[in-house]
Design a protein around this ligand. Structure first.
Ligand code: ATP
Length: 553
């Protein structure tokens, strides 16, 4: 159960709603027991009273009839309140869990989650977090409600016949302990398999959909389909086992209901045998026992799914318990940037050779610096250090004399705008893809940015509402890069980092876009990684990178 601990503190945030949900769940069960037992007693007592004329005149029909109506109305209202409140609490809890997971994911370095495939990560965020709601809905609620019910029924029956009440309490408690344990053991393996197979199925399905063209070209559609079928069959098999277990647990509860009712009836008959007028009381006791199993039934099934919930929690913990190497300070964004990189070294993993070796660089406010070097010499690594995606092994990076790590995360993102080699295009409209950089930008500003990067031809047709497709499938590679540059035009950051932004563009377009970029905000500091000469003429300094060091031109 240790794996569930990190999540339990989040439950505390919703404790009021969760507690109210519990109270109404208990009230619903108590109303059910009251309704069934009083109805049983009332019908039998009315029948007995009808047989004896002298007694029928004295028999109070109104009180029990009123109680039956009151309890049946009460049960409906309590059930409604229980469902509304506990579902509201659960949805809020899931939202909290999901945003908490997302926030914890943010500061992890790309490498820490690189081993986890996209589909796996998605599965953890959606299905695994979903199954954590079982803890409240399927474990805590039935256990608490069941315990209250056992106490209430035992007291009720014990009031009329203490020995019967005590025996009933002991039997129900034993069932509440044994059935969950038994079904937890039986459901553990298939539950874990359901989690694993669901994840594998999602992974292969996503690969099938995203890589459909490649799979077709290399004639591998068949083998991918058979992997999907294999995991689907394993998933269905485990679900079938779980369904059988649910059936078995329900069957056992029905069987125990009958046995316990019979035992209680026989025991009560022994206790009351001297009194002939106890018939209605026997009905009350038997119906109370019957109703109490309404509380026992969900408990057996609940623990059957605990294994699946534990596996989900374990998988989430694998991500959440990774130490986040990046921490942020509180410094707000600066409005102009004087960047100083001082004796910075960085190596990937345990590589003997550092990629950056004692590297130093100064870019003054409004200064434009080109970074040129052979492929693989470490240019993108330097940009990742500047955006704090990576942390330097030694040396310091500062803005206006303040170390980069003292800036708050939002301050850093406001201060630095990056156009990386791979532009992520969201499956959304052109406008929303641009407004990532400037959420408050007007349509006119978006159109101007598109014109500056020569992407205004995208405006024909649906204009800014044009849909860009999954990963920007509807855009060419060059158009995607220009979309990244349009974002940079819109972003107000005083420092711009550009990683080969004009790669793949023809010479004329490249020259025109670079002109726009340089004249757009002359006050901006800029670090421009490039292999191409077109931009160099605009630069205040050109740094050549080799063997992890820089030399100035
Ligand atoms: N995550 C990583 N783990 C290990 N090595 C890496 C990693 N990322 C990059 N490298 C290595 O570090 C070196 C520098 O990579 P980097 O991407 O910074 O080069 P670059 O100068 O930007 O290259 P290009 O011009 O081709 O984009 C390369 O040898 C690369 O193989």
């Amino acid at each position: 159960m240790d794996e569930l601990k990190p999540f339990l503190h989040l439950y505390r945030r919703q404790w009021r709603r969760l507690a109210f949900g519990l109270v109404f769940a208990v009230l619903t069960l108590l109303a059910s027991i009251g309704l069934l037992s009083i109805s049983g007693w009332f019908i039998s007592a009315s029948a007995v009273a009808g047989l004896v004329i002298a007694r029928s005149a004295d028999f109070n029909y109104l009180m029990p009839a009123g109680a039956v109506r009151g309890l049946s109305l009460g049960r409906t209202v309590f059930r409604w309140a229980d469902r509304v409140i506990s579902h509201d609490a659960t949805f809020r809890l899931l939202a909290t869990l999901r945003s908490w997971f997302f926030r914890r994911l943010g500061p992890l370095r790309t490498e820490q989650i690189k081993g986890v495939r996209q589909a796996d990560l998605l599965n953890r965020m959606v299905a695994d977090i979903d199954s954590l709601d079982h803890v409240y809905l399927r474990l805590i609620t039935p256990l608490v409600a069941g315990s209250f019910t056992i106490i209430a029924v035992s007291l009720l029956v014990g009031y009329f016949a203490p020995i019967v009440g005590l025996s009933l309490g002991l039997v129900l408690t034993a069932l509440m302990l044994i059935l969950p344990l038994l079904f937890y053991r039986l459901g553990k393996t298939p539950g874990e398999r359901i989690g694993d197979e669901q994840m594998m199925l999602r992974q292969h399905m996503l690969e099938y959909l995203q890589g459909h063209n490649e799979l077709r070209v290399f004639d591998a559609l068949g083998s991918q389909q058979s992997k999907i079928k294999q995991h689907e069959s394993a998933l269905i098999e485990s679900q079938q086992t779980m369904a059988n277990l649910t059936g078995a647990s329900q069957g056992m509860v029905v069987l125990f209901t009958g046995w316990v009712m019979l035992a209680v009836l026989l025991l009560s008959y022994q206790v009351f045998s001297a009194d002939n007028a106890v018939g209605p009381l026997l009905a009350l006791i038997v119906f109370a026992v019957m109703a109490s199993f309404e509380a026992i039934a969900p408990v057996a099934g609940a623990f059957q799914h605990l294994g699946q919930t534990q596996t989900a929690a374990k998988r989430l913990n694998e991500i959440l318990q990774q130490p986040s190497e990046v921490t942020y300070g509180t410094q707000p964004a600066a409005t102009s940037v004087n960047l100083t990189v001082e004796a910075v070294s960085y190596r990937y993993g345990n590589n003997p050779e550092p990629v950056l070796d004692n590297l130093s660089l100064v870019i003054g406010a409004g200064n434009k610096c080109a970074l040129v070097g052979q492929t693989g010499c470490g240019k993108s690594t330097l940009l990742q250090l500047l955006t704090r995606e990576l942390s330097a092994e030694s040396g310091t990076i500062s803005v206006n004399g303040t170390p980069l790590q003292d800036f708050s995360e939002s301050g850093l993102r406001q201060m630095i705008c990056v156009v990386s080699q791979q532009i992520h295009v969201f499956n959304d409209s052109l406008a929303n893809n641009l407004r990532l950089a400037a959420p408050d930008a007007s349509d006119d500003e978006l159109i101007l940015a598109l014109q500056q990067v020569q992407l205004d031809k995208l405006l024909s047709g649906d204009g800014l509402q044009q849909w860009l497709g999954d990963g920007g499938r509807l855009l060419s590679g060059g158009e995607q890069r220009r979309l990244g540059l349009a974002r940079a035009m819109l972003h107000p950051a005083p420092l711009l980092l550009l990683d080969e932004p004009t790669e793949g563009l023809d010479d004329d377009t490249e020259v025109a876009i670079i002109d726009q970029l340089m004249n757009h905000r002359p006050d901006r500091s800029m670090l421009y990684v490039t292999h191409k000469p077109a931009a160099l003429a605009h630069m205040d300094q050109i740094q050549y990178m080799a063997n992890g060091k820089l030399s100035v031109s």
